[in-house]
Design a protein around this ligand. Structure first.
Ligand code: GDP
Ligand code: MG
Length: 681
């Protein structure tokens, strides 16, 4: 069964046709009864009303479907880069992906972003050049663009028949057959290659063999010896090359016209890996409190249970739907399991398999598979589940920094508790969304990845949870850091209930490289004479410092890029308490930083814009007026693309100015790039 399972995602720049293609795949795989049109707001994968109104996919839900004796789990990756965390989370659990390109535009900025992420997670891909029916569509231009921009060897496995509105089908370069689709029919017609297309088909088949021989010795040998290369060998060698990420095979289609989709589903099955054909998951086995050993966990149903929660959706009736990917062992329904991240026992009351329009109860879920657990109470996105006697954590996921905050309060104070509950639910679903209470004003402040991200969350609070809230203006979430090194010795002593609580320690702080985050190092001697400093005291010191990392130096923004080293601990058995050491560490850190030339850092955003040619001048000057820097400009057939960088604080309301200078025809994305010292601070 494992060999016949695929966990795949579909990734694309917004509007390239991800939703349409997914719909067609679900339709042809027989699980969806009618074709939903994105334009009618009827798409099945876009569950949430809001997504349909906005026309973008926010949630990644997993859907299972079947094709030619194979089970395909489709993990829906969001197309909008404001939600990169969602993309990362889904890439973590995919074994392969379909990358969709627009046949007119080729590689677009978000495709590059997502491609880089796919590289980071070593996700094997097949490429699908969609919208071959559009005016200006050019398969060969896009194939070239993909090769150049994504820096991967490509191999066209098909070439198109007909152009633009006459696009009628493809030539399969392995079988050397024509495949056509009649309008208003799902049937494919397979025929020999027409004489006038024989030459070009042979030329492209040659290129295919050439690309393949670059990565396969068997093919090279046969090629050089002018021996016949059987199709079965081509399939087998291509499969290996795709799984190794040596080759990106390219397919052509026009999903909206129902052209090209079935061969794409065949390709998912033929070239993308089964869960046990990729390297085993790497995980951290906890040896002691802070000592881990890296281990690899093969995909084996006979192994110990290990899985990761990659998505949580709150459903009114069922409660938390926890989407899990099982890496090892068998998850059984109705029995206990262990949340290793939270160190808490949980229960999988029920297990479900999600199809596009219904869910199916399962008795168990095997290694390699994806499903939904109902009944877990504490699980958060990113948690590892398994058994209590095997403390293994699957790699932690990396999430980008939240850079925008708004204050939020209920219209009536009686609803404050309800609002807090809803916010807690939402942040369980989405770890890039954080909540804190402003110490001075008592206001609730929520932070996220961008204006759109917070906007979507606020709309959900209003519509899904029916809470009336007042929302403040968006504010930039700055960071604090230091620009010099400093050392401070703190002492602490307080008598509580007649007992002395005392601590003394020395902390050295120094700036870390930008982008490195905070580091905590214990370099003090923890054994003096007969006295060994207990683990609880050491943990209290670490807690004190991580609390200070979060609460800032001068302005109360979180600290970043600081290395804090505890260089000495004075310890006396009779007066030492956890409480004293935690307070002392926190105070010593604050004092050390205050005299280490603190600086305020602001988030700088990567701005990717596109607009029709006639507006590009004005669009670029909009960016520079806001303190942005233009990094590059690229002219496409129908649009110009501009890459820029700008400080977040100048980018509020940018969408409105952009709309007004471009008559609504320009678009952009804003993604956190890095932190930089705020001028003058
Ligand atoms: P997504 O943002 O990647 O999910 O893209 P959608 O599937 O929502 O498609 C964006 C737009 O492109 C919609 O208006 C679709 O109808 C249209 N579209 C999708 N596939 C095709 C196609 O093959 N040809 C043409 N001409 N338009 C398409
Ligand atoms: Mg979509």
């Amino acid at each position: 069964m494992l060999k016949r399972m695929r966990n795949i995602g579909i990734m694309a720049h917004i509007d390239a046709g991800k939703t349409t293609t997914t719909e067609r795949i679900l339709y042809y795989t027989g699980k969806s009864h009618r074709i939903g049109e994105v334009d009618d707001g009827e798409a099945i994968m876009d569950w949430m009303v809001q997504e349909q109104q906005r026309g973008i996919t926010i949630q990644s839900a997993a859907t299972t479907t079947y094709w030619k004796d194979h089970q395909i789990n489709i993990i829906d990756t969001p197309g909008h880069v404001d939600f990169t965390a969602e993309v990362e989370r889904s890439l973590r659990v995919l074994d392969g992906a379909v990358a969709i390109f627009d046949a007119v535009r080729g590689v677009e900025p978000q495709t590059e972003t997502v491609w880089k992420q796919a590289c980071r997670y070593h996700v094997p891909c097949v490429g699908y050049i969609n919208k071959m029916d559009r005016t200006g569509a050019d398969f060969f231009y896009v194939a070239d663009d993909v090769k150049n921009k994504l820096k991967i060897t490509t191999a066209a496995l098909q070439i198109p028949i007909g152009k633009e509105s006459n696009f009628a089908g493809v030539i399969d370069l392995i079988e050397m057959k024509e495949i056509r689709w009649k309008s208003n029919s799902d049937e494919m017609e397979v025929s020999p290659i027409a004489p006038e297309r024989e030459e070009i088909a042979l030329k492209w088949r040659d290129k295919l063999i050439d690309s393949l021989s670059g990565v396969s010795e068997i093919i090279t040998d046969k090629y050089l010896a002018s021996e016949e290369i059987e199709n079965s060998l081509i399939y087998a060698e291509l499969r290996k090359a795709v799984i190794n990420r040596d080759i990106l095979p390219l397919f052509a289609g026009a999903s909206r016209r129902n052209i090209g989709v079935q061969p794409l589903i065949d390709a998912i099955v033929s070239y993308l890996p089964a869960p046990d054909e990729i390297p085993p998951a790497s995980a951290l086995l906890q040896k002691k409190h802070d000592e881990f050993e890296e281990i690899s966990v093969p995909c084996d149903p006979k192994g110990q249970l290990l899985g990761i929660v990659f998505k949580i959706q709150n459903e009114r009736e069922a409660g938390s739907l926890c989407y899990v990917r099982i890496y090892s062992g068998i998850l059984k329904s109705g029995i206990g399991l262990y949340n290793i991240t939270k160190k808490k026992k949980e229960r999988a009351n029920r297990i479900l398999r999600m199809h596009s329009n219904k869910s199916e109860p399962l008795d168990s879920l095997l290694a390699g598979d994806i499903g939904v657990i109902i009944g877990m109470k504490l699980a958060q996105t990113g948690d590892t589940i398994g058994s209590e006697n095997w403390p293994v954590l699957l790699e932690k996921m990396q999430f980008p920094e939240p850079v925008i905050s708004v204050s939020i309060e209920p219209k009536t104070t009686s609803e404050l508790d309800k609002l807090k509950d809803v916010l807690a639910l939402l942040s369980k679903e989405d770890p890039t969304f954080t909540i804190r209470e402003n110490n001075e004003t008592g206001q609730l402040v929520i932070s996220g990845m961008g204006e759109l991200h917070l906007d979507v969350l606020v709309t959900r609070i209003l519509t899904e949870y029916k809470l009336s809230v007042k929302v403040g203006n968006p504010q930039v979430t700055y960071r604090e850091s230091i620009s010099a090194a400093n050392e401070y010795t703190g002492t602490f002593s307080r008598v509580i209930a007649g007992k002395e609580n005392a601590a003394a320690l020395t902390i050295r702080v120094e700036p870390a490289k930008r982008g490195q985050g905070n580091n905590y190092v214990m370099a003090a001697k923890t054994q003096t004479g007969r006295n060994e400093i207990p683990a609880e005291i050491l943990q209290a010191i670490e807690r004190g410092i991580s609390g200070s990392f979060a609460s800032g130096i001068v302005m109360g923004y979180p600290c970043i890029d600081i290395t804090a080293t505890v260089t000495n601990i004075e310890y006396s058995e009779t007066t030492a308490t956890d409480f004293a050491y935690q307070a002392c560490a926190s105070m010593a850190f604050d004092e050390a930083c205050r005299l280490a030339s603190p600086v305020l850092l602001e988030p700088i955003m990567a701005v990717d814009l596109f607009c029709p040619h006639e507006f590009v001048g004005e669009v670029m000057s909009l960016v520079t007026q806001r303190g942005g820097q233009i990094l590059s400009m690229n002219s496409k057939v129908d649009i110009d693309e501009v890459k820029a960088q700008a400080p977040m604080e100048k980018m509020f309301g940018f969408i409105n100015s952009l709309r007004s200078v471009s008559q609504g025809r320009a678009g952009f994305s804003l993604v956190f790039s890095h932190f930089e010292k705020k001028p003058g601070k």
